[in-house]
Design a protein. Sequence first.
Length: 374
Amino acid sequence: MSMTTKYVGLDVSKDKIAVAIATENRDENVRFWGTIPHTKEAVRKLVEQLRKEDSIRLDVCYEAGPTGYELQRWFQTLFVECSVVAPVVLDKRTRIKTDKRDALRLASLWRAKELTAIYVPTVMDEALRDLVRAREDAVQDMNRHKQRLLKFLLRHQITPPKDLKVWSKPFTTWLDTLRFERVCEDIVFQEYRKCMAETASRLERYEQEMEQQAKEDSPQATMIRALQSLRGIATVTATTIAAELGDIAGRFPHPQQLMSYSGLVPAENSSGASRWQGGITKAGNAHIRRVLVEAAWSYRLSPAVRKALRERHEGLSPEIVDLSWKAQKRLHRKYKNMLHRGKQKGCIITALARELLGFVWAIAQEVEKQRKAA
């Protein structure tokens, strides 16, 4: 018996889901099915109603958004194929936008194979990603608290001694000596410092959990430990890369695809004989781009394996350690060559970050090779 496919487009919001259906027959119009509550039980009833006939196969899609991937996992538990697609660019010619229209358009484009399905992380990858991004939130909170305190001191014309580096230990000791005549001002000053102390404690707890995750017996932990073989990539950076990219070896058959995903490749506008390349595209995952640029600064220094890096190499295979050493020599040589040609340091570091991503890809391939051989 031949199976008939129903292409289902879902426009998902916090409280409800608009459903539209397109059949395989292109001659039939896409029809709006209705709206259901955004609950697991409502999704189960929807699948039962759409599967009234045994020869029906459902192919569901919805746009990536703030509701995450739980809806996709609900469909998986019901043995329904469900894809999360990249957000669709709306037609600028119309000023009418409704959930119904969006669902109809999704179903039509999904049937026409004109939508791009994105990678859905595993539950463990998403949990690790939540931990990494919560730490990033804490870092941003800390920066805001510091700025507020400095601006508070500036408003009162209080400046530190010139020989003190801001936020160094001597600077913190100097802050302890400050007193204010008015109670309101003193309370504000102390509360700002208390917020900083609380945020510092949050950061410490997040980083302790990252250290613990790196010691677990799991694929994520194996990748985190392997990535730490690279200079400039310690626990936090390695955890960020592993959490944001997930299955690197499976997702990216070629390192160039990984570089494009991170937005570290040059923008290009070519036509006929003319070719123009500009700055990096900054498309894709900004978290990966940020940590790699930070790590790339380490490669301006001469190649060396010092105590901290040597300790991170313990227990790793010779192949991974060899890749780490090759990265040091290659990226430092590239830094010196580009500096000699008069390139700006920001441009050089961005180029090193892009090439460092190639070594991340190579290490991921080696980890996958060892996993299959085990």
